[in-house]
Design a protein around this ligand. Structure first.
Ligand code: BES
Ligand code: MN
Ligand code: MN
Length: 466
């Protein structure tokens, strides 16, 4: 691996320049006005993968945004690692809170990144992490040190639910055949504490629309006598949690697999500084379900959150209006063994049940993903453990991630293959927020760890099959 590590080191400036070029493409999957940019980002990655020496790199059209697929098969007898990542990014708004434009990457030093961090939408989630994989592949091809086969899927719809990736995987099971899936789209605890994410939460994303009178009304002429959909929707949302922050939807917790005392102890043993957490977020106190720690609330408990609500007049100044409609986008994070389809149904029934007779309600399902748990007694986890220990000089700890990557449980269902979540971001990277960034330290640790994953995985695979 020496030559690969040296190659990555010598090409660091070039790696950063190429990543910055990718970050300049505003590939916002949620916004249809960026359709062309999605193609540009996919094409850029395809060209870089070809430059990295893969056998083939294709852009595969879908009904949504294109998928980039590449492979390097050195010997069919050797194990195959499938690398997954996404080139789409979250919308950059609110724009006025960015210190530099979201698609004009700059390197700046911060307190925790004295060697600098790249500031741009997608720097950490997930272009920066995807690009480490592209560059490691290039290094290993150039040095002849690649020990196994590699396939890559880089999609453009992760941030909007991976809707078209599922049929793609279903239809290309043979092409995607592999022994392990490797993803860098999660984080470490801090620069001295690498982590391997062994759990992801699922997601059930709903939209609720409450309708009252057939038009916006003068709130003086009609207020007090006609139901206000905004008032009623607020009351309904208030009924979704009890005073202990437990979700009140009947049956919601039925399938939650409670963590054992031992699991909870292990989870709470991971380094976590509550004071630093509060300070970073500018909050007086943490808040969540009674009886659980902050780590548990994020890692192993389900949630229900309003992601957005709108109704009536929200412009400058005052307008006396009784709105005709009120809307809320509500998402629930799920844990094993909750099923997002069942939760969508429970949610819908509950909303209908608590809707007062003076208004109408419509409930829509937007998208969902299942939770995921990765066992640690397998060669994939062991290889990742050794690879990070090598890259960081510190042993990684297993953590449960609060976020979701909807394709991960589907990979297991459709391909029968487990996923290793070996990501290099930090919780302070501000992913999905203004001023997202990715530390150059983190980038280098990724470049230093990923080659070792291929190395150890191939060795362990040979040991178990010989
Ligand atoms: N990379 C994140 C997920 C993540 C981040 C998991 C950090 C664990 C730790 C991913 O891009 C993401 O944001 N996923 C969405 C999924 C959704 C839009 C379907 C999420 O979690 O909200
Ligand atoms: Mn991501
Ligand atoms: Mn994301």
């Amino acid at each position: 691996m020496d030559k690969t590590v040296e190659y990555c080191h010598n090409h660091l400036d070039q790696t950063i320049d190429e990543l910055m070029e990718l970050l300049r493409i505003p590939s916002v999957s949620a916004d249809s006005s960026h359709k062309q940019d999605m193609y540009r980002a996919a094409e850029y990655l395809r060209n870089r993968l070809l430059q990295a020496g893969v056998d083939r790199a294709d852009i595969i059209e879908t009904e949504g945004h294109p998928i980039v697929y590449a492979e390097k098969i050195i010997d069919p007898e050797l194990p195959t690692v499938l690398v997954y990542g996404h080139y789409d990014v979250q919308p950059p708004d609110p724009l006025d809170l960015w210190e530099s434009p979201p698609f004009d990457p700059v390197i700046k030093a911060t307190d925790i990144h004295p060697e600098g961090a790249i500031f741009a939408r997608g720097a950490s989630d997930d272009k920066g992490q995807v690009y480490m994989h592209v560059k490691v592949l290039e290094a290993m091809n150039a040095t002849g040190e690649l020990p196994c086969n590699v396939k890559c899927i880089i999609e453009g719809e992760e941030e909007v639910g991976s809707k078209h990736l599922e049929p793609f995987v279903r239809d290309h099971r043979d092409m995607l055949q592999c022994d392990i899936i490797l993803i860098s789209d999660t984080g470490i605890i801090d620069r001295n504490t690498p982590a391997i994410t062994v759990g992801l939460r699922g997601l059930c994303y709903m939209e609720v629309e409450v309708t009252g009178p057939n038009r916006d009304l003068h709130s003086g002429l009609f207020g007090g006598a006609v139901a206000n959909p905004a008032n009623e929707l607020a009351k309904m949302i208030a009924q979704m949690h009890d005073a202990n922050y437990r979700i009140t939807i009947p049956g919601f917790y039925d399938k939650v697999r409670e963590a054992s005392e031992e699991e909870r102890r292990a989870l709470n043993n991971a380094p976590f500084d509550l004071e630093a957490f509060k300070k970073d977020l500018g909050i007086r106190q943490e808040c969540g379900e009674a009886g659980y720690t902050t780590i548990e609330r994020i890692g192993i408990r389900p949630t229900l959150d309003v992601n957005g609500m709108w109704s009536g007049y929200t412009g400058e100044g005052a307008k006396t209006v009784l709105p005709s409609r009120a809307h809320a986008k509500i998402s629930m994070r799920l844990v094993p063994d909750q099923d997002y389809r069942e939760i969508a149904e429970l949610f819908t029934n509950y909303v209908r049940q608590i809707t007062p007779p003076c208004v109408d309600v419509e409930v829509r399902f937007l998208h969902g993903g299942h939770p995921y748990l990765m066992p640690i007694d397998n060669i994939g986890y062991r290889a990742a453990h050794r690879a990070m220990a090598k890259g960081f000089g510190k042993e990684p700890v297993p953590v449960r991630g609060g976020g979701s990557i909807p394709i991960v449980p589907l990979f297991e269902q459709l391909l029968g293959v487990k996923t290793i979540l070996m990501g290099f971001g930090l919780d302070s990277d501000k992913i999905h927020s203004p001023n997202e960034h990715f530390g150059l330290y983190n980038l280098q640790k990724g470049l230093a760890s990923i080659p070792w994953f291929y190395h150890y995985y191939t060795n362990l695979y040979k040991e178990t099959t010989s």
